[in-house]
Design a protein around this ligand. Structure first.
Ligand code: HEM
Length: 106
């Protein structure tokens, strides 16, 4: 998928995670988010076009996606344990990670 599609998948997934009261539905949404974040690593944001694969900027972009994936896993573990309130509270950090990275790369 292209980067815009991956970002739209992240957006749809986050909206489910924030709204649902069903742990299984939350886990399904988190799985889609994780796959989209992994796929986004295959794209180069327009802002970074022309940067070498081993440049600091591209590494930083991948690190941003990896931090999102790590936090998706934190939320997923809580959903798995059926701790929905804690999962939603940790899901707020997904938005912090989004905002930080959008400032840099969008
Ligand atoms: C849950 C977390 C995130 C959500 C919900 C999200 C959502 C979005 C949305 C809705 C767009 C606009 C897409 C469009 O034009 O249709 C976008 C664009 C973008 N996002 Fe994210 N994002 C997230 C995390 C991240 C992270 C972690 C990064 C980078 C490490 C990132 C990098 C970008 C970039 C580079 C664009 C511009 C893409 C383009 O139009 O070329 N995003 N994001």
């Amino acid at each position: 998928a292209d980067l815009e599609q991956d970002m739209d998948t992240l957006k749809d997934g986050l909206s489910v995670v924030k709204k649902t009261s069903d742990a299984q539905e939350m886990q399904t949404a988190l799985g889609k988010m994780r796959a989209a974040a992994e796929d986004a690593k295959k794209s180069t944001p327009e802002k970074l076009e022309g940067k070498a694969a081993d440049s600091a900027e591209i590494k930083d972009y991948h690190a941003g996606l990896n931090s999102l994936i790590a936090q998706i896993e934190v939320v997923d573990q809580l959903a798995k344990a059926n701790k929905l309130d804690a999962a939603k509270s940790e899901a707020k950090k997904l938005e912090d990670i989004r905002n930080t990275n959008h400032k840099k790369f969008r």
